[in-house]
Write a protein that binds this ligand. Structure first.
Ligand code: SF4
Ligand code: SF4
Length: 403
């Protein structure tokens, strides 16, 4: 694609990067075929090709409107279009630049700003989200059914062993996951302990930064990334084997730290090292001898691969292979490549589209009568569980005897 970005914008790191990415797009439109919002809304501007064109136009003309922002806001950042694109267009990186540009050039209304910033702060303030969730759970029994389903039930974490293994890996606890389902990280610690690996969290590590980044708060995202790198660095220097992610959304972000901080002279090298060491939990287990595990009884499972795992990290079929190897029955699921509508804060900010995508996803997941649905990201898990007829769990919990 020909571009004519203004020299001033081209001189910035974002401008030259946007230009490089735009030039790879040949406008073929193949990506529209797998875009969930294009499939649902049928509008060219709600598909990747249209959004790319909108961004090119706004960068070139230096103007954008609320109309431009609406179509960018409706994008799930699922990156299904990247998987489909034959030209290797890095749509995820382009829309990050586009969103930052829109946030600075097209002011949102006060209610919209308050809603987005309020959401970001509630989810990221230590203790606040957990306190509100506790409150919601306390009055859950008195809530109408539609609201009750949105408040996830409390799940026990059970114990974490204190391991003394010489093999050591770092765990990112995450921001909302420990409050919603503390059993996920606890199960990961126990499973790796049985495999002879000590999995521990570094003090001060917190949100991976994805939440702020996808809400256009780019500097807050960078601060989160630098804080995590500082927290992990002593363990990395001490020879830790990997940084393990139990939520694929976080994994996709941390694997991208090297790219996102490439222009930061103080952090570029460290960020690249962190990204190089980051592994989804499934990638770690795939390289281990699982014979020592005693998984629970065989279950009929429908697996939902989160977009952040299959399109963001390009990790495909690994969890399905592990569950099958351990005796579970994996049912075929149609449209497995499509987003469930969770997409970070998308399900809160775009509830109508997110609800339609969830209904469509659940109809495919439940089509062959599974006992339960397994997934690999807390956002998808919570979003699907709010309307599912069967339990929705993180796959790691199926590798333990009590599952
Ligand atoms: S992003 Fe890729 S698939 Fe989509 S129009 Fe551009 S070149 Fe074609
Ligand atoms: S990231 Fe997902 S929703 Fe956004 S344009 Fe690409 S396929 Fe469509």
């Amino acid at each position: 694609m020909q571009t004519q970005l203004p020299a001033e914008f081209l001189a910035t790191p974002e401008g030259s990067e946007a230009d490089r990415i735009l030039r790879n797009c040949v406008h073929c439109g193949f990506c529209n075929a797998t875009c969930p919002t294009y499939q649902l809304l049928g509008d060219e501007l709600d598909g990747p090709r249209g959004r790319i064109y909108l961004m090119k136009q706004m960068f070139e003309d230096g103007v954008a409107s609320g109309h431009t922002r609406l179509h960018l806001d409706r994008c799930l950042t699922c990156r299904n279009c990247e998987t489909t694109c034959p030209s290797g267009v890095e749509y995820g990186h382009l829309i990050d630049i586009g969103r930052e540009w829109v946030e600075t050039h097209v002011p949102r209304s006060l209610p919209d700003r308050l809603r987005r910033e309020g959401l970001r702060r509630v989810l990221l303030a230590p203790g606040l989200f957990g306190g509100l969730l506790k409150l919601g759970r306390g009055v859950r029994a008195f809530l109408p059914a539609s609201l009750k389903r949105r408040v996830p039930e409390a799940r026990p974490a059970m114990t974490r062993p204190v391991s003394t293994h010489s093999r050591r890996m770092l765990l990112l606890e995450g921001c909302v996951q420990p409050d919603i389902d503390p059993g996920i990280n606890a199960a990961a610690v126990r499973v790796l302990d049985r495999l002879g690996i000590a999995l521990t969290a570094a003090p001060n590590a917190g949100c991976c930064g994805a939440l702020s980044q996808h809400l256009g708060a780019v500097e807050a995202a960078r601060e989160a990334m630098r804080r995590n790198i500082d927290s992990w660095w002593p363990a990395i220097e001490a020879g830790v084997e990997a940084i393990v992610m139990t939520a694929s959304g976080c994994g996709s972000q941390v694997k991208d730290y090297g790219y996102l901080l490439r222009d930061d002279p103080a952090y570029a090298h460290k960020a690249a090292c962190v990204s190089g060491l980051t592994r989804d939990l499934a990638e770690v287990l795939a390289g281990e001898n699982l014979a020592v595990l005693e998984p629970g009884p065989a279950r009929r499972i429908a697996f939902h691969p989160p977009c952040s795992l299959q399109h963001g990290q390009k990790v495909r079929g690994v969890i399905e292979g592990l569950l099958t190897k351990l005796g579970h029955e994996l049912l075929p699921v149609d449209e497995a490549h499509l987003c469930c509508g969770s997409a970070g804060t998308y399900s809160i900010l775009q509830p109508e589209i997110a609800g339609q995508l969830r209904d469509r996803k659940l109809s495919k997941l439940q089509a062959r009568g599974p006992e339960l649905i397994a997934t690999a990201n807390i956002g998808c898990q919570t979003h699907l569980a709010a309307a599912s007829g069967v339990p929705v769990v993180h796959w790691i919990t199926l590798l333990e005897p009590q599952a």
